[in-house]
Design a protein around this ligand. Structure first.
Ligand code: 8X3
Length: 260
C-alpha cells in the first residue's frame, strides 16, 4: 500500500497534462496518466519516476470511448486501492477555426465528443470512487473560451462553456462533501494545442504566438499544484490565467518588429 498522495491526469502525453504530471512527481506524489499515445506515456512514466514520483501507472485512454474510460478508471483503482487525491480532467482539443457553415461534422464530433462527453465520462467514472472514499479534488481543464466567444470558435467555445456549466453544477452538488472542484481557465498557452487545431501546420500554429509571450504548460501546472496544495477547507473555484500580453481574445499585444 502506497503512502504518497495520488494524482490522475487525462490527456497526459504532452502539454499541460504532462507538465502537471511532472509537477506532482517532483513533490513525490504517485501519478496515474492516460492518453491515446502509449509510447509517449511510457517515456513520460520513466521521466516521472526520475523526477521523484513514488509510483506511476499509465494506461491507454481515449476519452471519446466510454469503454476506454471505464478500463482506465479500473486500472487506476487497482493500481491505487488507497484512493485518489486529485483528478485532472484535462483531455481536450480544438479543431479548425471555421465559421458555422464551414465547420465539418468531424470537427463537431471530435470537439464535443472529447471536450464535453469525454470530460463527462471521466467524471462519471471517478466521482463515485471519490464520493465513496469521501475525499478528492477535481480539476476541470476549462479555458477563457468557457466564458468568452470569438468568430470561428463556435464549437470549441460551446464545448468549454458546457464544461464550465458542469464544473459550476458539480460545485453545488458536491457541497456538503469534502470534495473540491476547480476550473482552470487559461488564455493563450503555447503547447501542441494550436498545432492540433491547425492539423500539423506548424507555421500557422507558431503565428498564433508571434511577437507575444504566451503562457507555458508549466505555468498552468504550477497553478494546479497551488490550488491542490491549499488547506483542505479552501476551494479555489476558478483560476483564470492570462499572459500579460493578452487582455482578451481580441486584444493581444505583439512586438512584431523584433525577433521575440
Ligand atoms: C484556448 C484558448 O483563446 O484559443 O483554450 O480559445 S483560445
Amino acid at each position: 500500500m502506497n503512502s504518497s498522495k495520488v494524482v490522475c491526469i487525462t490527456g497526459a502525453s504532452s502539454g499541460i497534462g504532462a507538465a502537471t504530471a511532472e509537477t506532482f512527481a517532483r513533490q513525490g506524489w504517485s501519478v496515474a496518466i492516460g492518453a491515446r499515445r502509449v509510447d509517449a506515456l511510457k517515456d513520460l512514466s520513466a521521466n516521472l519516476l526520475k523526477l521523484g514520483a513514488d509510483k506511476v501507472v499509465h494506461c491507454e485512454l481515449d476519452v471519446t470511448s466510454r469503454k476506454s474510460v471505464l478500463e482506465f478508471a479500473a486500472k487506476v483503482k487497482s493500481g491505487f486501492p488507497e484512493g485518489l487525491d486529485v483528478l485532472v480532467n484535462n483531455a481536450g482539443l480544438a479543431l479548425g477555426t471555421s465559421r458555422m457553415p464551414q465547420v465539418t461534422d468531424d470537427e463537431v464530433d471530435a470537439m464535443i465528443d472529447t471536450n464535453v462527453k469525454g470530460a463527462i465520462s471521466v467524471l462519471r467514472a471517478f466521482l463515485p470512487w471519490m464520493l465513496e472514499q469521501n475525499r478528492g479534488h477535481i480539476f476541470n481543464m476549462g479555458s477563457v473560451a468557457g466564458f468568452w466567444v470569438y468568430e470561428g470558435g463556435s464549437i470549441y467555445t460551446a464545448s468549454k462553456h458546457a464544461l464550465n456549466a458542469i464544473t459550476k453544477t458539480l460545485r453545488l452538488e458536491l457541497n456538503g462533501t469534502p470534495i473540491r472542484i476547480t476550473s482552470i481557465d487559461p488564455g493563450m498557452v503555447e503547447t501542441g494545442f494550436s498545432e492540433v487545431r491547425y492539423r500539423g501546420d506548424t507555421d500557422k500554429a507558431a503565428s498564433v504566438y508571434k511577437g507575444m509571450t504566451p503562457l507555458t504548460a508549466a505555468d498552468i501546472a504550477e497553478c494546479i499544484w497551488f490550488a491542490a496544495s491549499r488547506p483542505a477547507h479552501v476551494n479555489i473555484d476558478q483560476m483564470v490565467l492570462m499572459p500579460v500580453d493578452q487582455a482578451s481574445v481580441y486584444k493581444v499585444h505583439r512586438r512584431l518588429n523584433c525577433s521575440t
